[in-house]
Design a binder for this molecule. Structure first.
Ligand SMILES: NC(=O)c1ccc[n+]([C@@H]2O[C@H](COP(=O)([O-])OP(=O)(O)OC[C@H]3O[C@@H](n4cnc5c(N)ncnc54)[C@H](OP(=O)(O)O)[C@@H]3O)[C@@H](O)[C@H]2O)c1
Length: 293
């Protein structure tokens, strides 16, 4: 592996100049107690980036793990996401107050608008004010495509640093990646392992490459994300998986192997919520975030 590639792939320089780890720990669907343990394990075993969201109901656990890790705040990259029910200008700053209190932090490195529903243009403009005030260091988008994405890009005074979307070998997001590359916006993959789909991990190409490189099929898939130029946030509550998932820097696929994986793309999403339903129902979902343990 070339020296240049090794150095490049560990961190991404975002379009605002910030440095962000290319790989971090995801915490979707992980309850507070296992989440706290997983985040503590990650932060003490080589991870700097943790991805959470208001709606995951585990931000307090993330905050406790950060404290317990003893890590310096400036070494970490903490991401959270605001849900559409808090997008209105008169709600969003209070939502950020409560989020920071739950995380026990003064700022988040990246705050993401979770869904393209509700008053997202209003919310984006308010996040730009938060960047000026320093409570949010960078702004990101999640699940924005097509018209919704273009509307934000047309209005933004501060460019989003990344767009996080469902992305894995069955849904490789090739056109979107090209669109974002032209605009210097990082594509970050969620469900990078197909939410743990055993069929994906058992694809013959992954079994063959796992044998060749002496890695697990999941490590092979994560290596593909990194080598494709994506950011990636595999979720895990299992310490051995958390260790494995970051141990993917010591091998490199040949162009032929990358080409073979490219052929698995069938634009198949595991989470296919119709856009109209998402736009209608998501702003109505309100969780009692401050009740989480
Ligand atoms: N922005 C959005 O709308 C959105 C939506 C969904 C997810 N996300 C983010 O993306 C992250 C990733 O998605 P995800 O966690 O749902 O799915 P995922 O990362 O594709 O898969 C997680 C599953 O894979 C298993 N796994 C992880 N590493 C493994 C390994 N090395 N070997 C075998 N199995 C392994 C995990 O089990 P163990 O726990 O046992 O390791 C878990 O069941 C989330 O945690 C969240 O932070 C964002």
């Amino acid at each position: 592996m070339s020296f240049f590639y090794t150095a490049y792939m560990e961190n991404v320089i975002l379009n605002n100049g910030m440095k962000m780890p290319r790989l971090g720990l995801g915490t979707f669907m992980i309850k507070p107690e296992p989440c706290e343990k997983a985040v503590l394990h990650a932060l003490t075993h080589g991870y700097d980036l943790i991805d959470t969201a208001n709606i995951y109901m585990n931000e307090r656990a993330v905050g406790r793990a950060i404290k317990a890790s003893g890590r310096k705040r400036e070494e970490l990259f903490i991401t959270s996401k605001i849900w559409p029910s808090d997008f209105k200008a008169k709600r969003i700053h209070k939502a950020i107050d409560s989020m920071l209190a739950r995380l026990d932090l003064d700022y988040v490195d990246l705050l993401i608008l979770h869904q393209p529903a509700g008053k997202y243009l209003e919310a984006y403009a308010e996040l730009e004010k938060e960047v000026e005030q320093g409570r949010v260091k960078a702004i990101g988008l999640s699940n924005f495509y097509g018209k919704d994405l273009n509307k934000v890009l047309a209005k933004a005074k501060i460019k989003p640093v990344l767009l996080t979307v469902e992305c894995h070998p069955y849904c490789q997001q090739k056109e979107l990646k090209a669109f974002l590359d032209e605009r210097d916006i990082l594509l970050q993959s969620w469900f990078p392992l197909g939410q743990g789909d055993a069929n994906l991990a058992s694809e013959p190409i992954f079994l063959r490459l796992a044998k060749k490189y002496k890695k697990s099929p999941q490590q092979i898939i994560l290596r593909w994300h990194i080598q494709s130029g994506f950011g990636v946030i595999p979720g895990s509550k299992t310490p051995s998986h958390i260790d494995d998932n970051i141990n993917i820097l010591d091998f490199e696929f040949t162009p032929e192997e990358m080409e073979e994986i490219s052929k698995l793309d069938k634009k198949k999403k595991y989470l296919g919520i119709p856009v109209w339903a998402a736009k209608l129902f998501m702003p109505m979902i309100r969780m009692k975030y401050d009740k989480q343990i």
